[in-house]
Every structure is written in structure tokens, then in C-alpha cells.
Design a protein around this ligand. Structure first.
Ligand code: NDP
Ligand code: 8X3
Length: 252
């Protein structure tokens, strides 16, 4: 039987990388994407060693034409993507809304909202046409309610929730499924990126609590994809045990 195909954006690190490995182990062929070519090359080799066929595509999800070109490049069996994991995203800064950095705002909005929309727009029509497919968006607990200084990042993840719910309505007549996974604290490169490379500040985010790992989120994504065809895991909130919501974190 032909293997299924999963396309994962932002596979060069963290949750996306863990999803690529989980789906490869689970018998999928994988399309990995991201901006850092050297990371894509290393991961491609690792996934191939696990028995997957792999296409690595270097592009920025914010660049609409590049995203379109990448999807258009996929021919034959590779054009039939079974699972799209819209994972590429980031937070930048942790500032009061009236003091935030304009460039940080633009990058978060362009990546987390418009980048996700670009990929959805280019990949989903073929799923609807084939009457088969699954879109898994990586939202966040941050999209449920704003936390202090999270303002714009939280807004982008609230948008991911709205876009996921909207897409689910728009494909409801088809067999296509749509899932929003909303993680809490996951120890990845996320905080290093958020604090512009300040590793000490990044480490403090996970101090005194056992955070989730990328693998924990990949397990949930795989579970959603592996559910029987009549089961649509619409939304999953995944928190570390001592995290109750976006603001309440018990550190020991
Ligand atoms: P990482 O920083 O480890 O990974 C982010 C990934 O996104 C990288 O592979 C990066 O690849 C990719 N990426 C960022 N910007 C772009 C872009 N413009 N074009 C293409 N790829 C891009 O963080 P996480 O794994 O933690 O984050 C993954 C997702 O999970 C994000 O959407 C994040 O908001 C979400 N999330 C994270 C949580 C956490 O606590 N870590 C909790 C809840 C949600 P490259 O730099 O090579 O382009
Ligand atoms: C990432 C989790 O709580 O740092 O979305 O915003 S949080």
C-alpha cells in the first residue's frame, strides 16, 4: 500500500521536527519545510534512515509566491498530501501592547496568521477535490486568553483558532478533517527566538516546572491523524501538569 504523506511547516526545530520524526516512524512519507537549509538537510537524512521518503523544501511561509511554488512543485504521489501540519510560527518579545516593537508585531502576524493562511490556501483545494485530508494547525493556550505582555502573540493564536474553526465549517461537506492543537509550555527554541537569543531569559521560562516536549505534541498530532475517518479531533489543549492556563503556572 502507498504510504501517506505529511507536510510539516517549520520542521527545522522543536514541535515541527518532532512531528516529522513521529510521522516518519508512523509510516508516512514526509515533506519538511523551513528557512534553514542546513537543518532541513540533517533532518532529511534522519527521516530517511527511519525508512521515510522525504522532500525538503526551503522557503519562508510569509512569502506567498514561494509557498505557492513549493506546493506546485509537488507532482505525482507527492501532490496528494494527506496531512498538513501548519506549525511554523513564533513569538517575538514580551512587551506591553503600548510599547511593543512594530517589526516584532509584523513578523508574528505575517508568519502565524498569513503564513498559515498561505499554506492552507495552496494545499487544501487538492484535499477537498480528492475528498481526503487533514489539516492540523498548531495554535496555543495563548489563543484562549491573553496573558500579561502576550498581547500580539496571543492575538495571532486566537486568530489560528478562528481560522481553524472557519476552515472546519468550510470543508464540512467533505471527508477533510481540521484540528487545532493548543500547547502550553513546550521547551523548544521558542523562547530563545522570543527573547532574540537571550538564552538565560529563555531558560527561566521553564524554571521550576517540567515543561512539555516537542515529542509530547507530536504524539497528540499523530493521535489526531490516526483516528478513524469518522472521528474529527477538533481541538486539543495540552498543558504541562503544573500549568493550569496561559497565566497560572506553579513553579517548585
Ligand atoms: P521553534 O522555534 O523550536 O520552531 C519554530 C519553527 O518554525 C522552526 O522550524 C522555524 O524554522 C519555523 N519558522 C519560523 N518562522 C518561519 C517562517 N517565516 N517560514 C518558515 N518557517 C518558519 O518553536 P516551536 O517548535 O515551539 O514552535 C512551533 C509552533 O508551536 C509555533 O507556531 C508556536 O507558536 C507553537 N507553540 C509553541 C509553544 C511552546 O511553548 N514552544 C506552545 C504553543 C504553541 P526556520 O527558522 O528554519 O524557518
Ligand atoms: C506558546 C506558549 O504560553 O508561552 O504559545 O504563549 S506560551
Amino acid at each position: 500500500m502507498e504510504k501517506k504523506i505529511a507536510m510539516i511547516t517549520g520542521a527545522t526545530s522543536g514541535i515541527g521536527e518532532a512531528c516529522a520524526k513521529k510521522f516518519a516512524q508512523g509510516g508516512y512519507n514526509i515533506i519538511i519545510t523551513g528557512r534553514r537549509k542546513e537543518k532541513l538537510d540533517v533532518l532529511k537524512n534522519q527521516l530517511e534512515a527511519m525508512g521515510a521518503e522525504v522532500i525538503a523544501m526551503q522557503f519562508d511561509v510569509r512569502e506567498r509566491e514561494a509557498a505557492k511554488k513549493a506546493v506546485d512543485f509537488l507532482k505525482g504521489k507527492w501532490a496528494n498530501i494527506d496531512v498538513l501540519i501548519n506549525n511554523a510560527g513564533l513569538a517575538l518579545g514580551l512587551d506591553k501592547e503600548y510599547e511593543g516593537d512594530f517589526n516584532d508585531w509584523d513578523t508574528m502576524i505575517d508568519t502565524n496568521i498569513k503564513g498559515l493562511l498561505n499554506m492552507t490556501r495552496f494545499v487544501v483545494p487538492s484535499m477537498v477535490k480528492r475528498n481526503q485530508g487533514h489539516i492540523i494547525n498548531i495554535g496555543s493556550v495563548a489563543g484562549d486568553a491573553a496573558y500579561a505582555n502576550g498581547n500580539v502573540y496571543c492575538a495571532t493564536k486566537a486568530a489560528v483558532k478562528a481560522l481553524t474553526d472557519g476552515l472546519r465549517i468550510d470543508v464540512a461537506e467533505s471527508e477533510v478533517r481540521v484540528t487545532n492543537i493548543k500547547p502550553g509550555l513546550v521547551q523548544t527554541n521558542f523562547s530563545n527566538v522570543r527573547f532574540h537569543g537571550d538564552d538565560t531569559r529563555a531558560e527561566n521560562v521553564y524554571k521550576g516546572i517540567k515543561p512539555l516536549t516537542g515529542e509530547d505534541i507530536a504524539d497528540v498530532a499523530f493521535y489526531a491523524a490516526a483516528a478513524p475517518a469518522h472521528v474529527q479531533i477538533a481541538e486539543v489543549l495540552v498543558l504541562a501538569t503544573h500549568q493550569a492556563n496561559g497565566s497560572t503556572i506553579i513553579r517548585k
